[in-house]
Design a protein around this ligand. Structure first.
Ligand code: CDP
Ligand code: MG
Length: 134
């Protein structure tokens, strides 16, 4: 069964939207097979967002992502990597369709509630980064 790495970002936790987002994942029929609250640091974010480290907005991403705990999850299901990206909606909040998590709750491209792996290969790398070898 395919797995993906999902992370509810600090804004989702602070806005008390964890239950809402978890419930959408469950109603879709995906299985949450592990979860934990963690607080990130700059070192892990430089790895996790390596493709963005050179961008001018990277310091803003770090400030946001270390601003409070996140909920790290492993989610399993049929085509779950693409399926979760579909549930999440577009990165740019102005392009995220209503009915998606970001489309319904984000009003910023940085503070967009949720991370989901963008490929099966990256999902396994990210699961290992945040959960070790499980
Ligand atoms: O999260 P996703 O895979 O949809 O997008 P990404 O391109 O991998 O970017 C990772 C995160 O960086 C986004 O989810 C945003 O929080 C942030 N970001 C941003 O603040 N401004 C951008 N122009 C692009 C990304
Ligand atoms: Mg990404």
């Amino acid at each position: 069964m395919e797995r993906t790495y999902i992370m509810l970002k600090p804004d989702a936790v602070k806005r008390h939207l964890m239950g809402e987002v978890i419930s959408r994942i469950e109603r879709k029929g995906f299985n949450i097979i592990n979860m934990k609250m963690i607080t990130l640091n700059e070192a892990v974010l430089k790895e996790h967002y390596a493709h963005l480290v050179e961008k001018p907005f990277f310091p803003e991403i770090v400030e946001y992502m270390v601003s409070g705990p996140v909920l790290a999850m492993i989610v399993e299901g049929n085509d779950v990597v693409k399926g979760m990206r579909f549930l999440m909606g577009a990165t740019n909040w102005l392009e995220a369709n209503p009915g998606t998590i970001r489309g319904d709750y984000a009003n910023s491209t940085t503070e967009n509630l949720i991370h989901g792996s963008d490929s099966v290969e990256n999902a396994e790398i990210e699961i290992k980064r945040f959960f070790g070898n499980i």
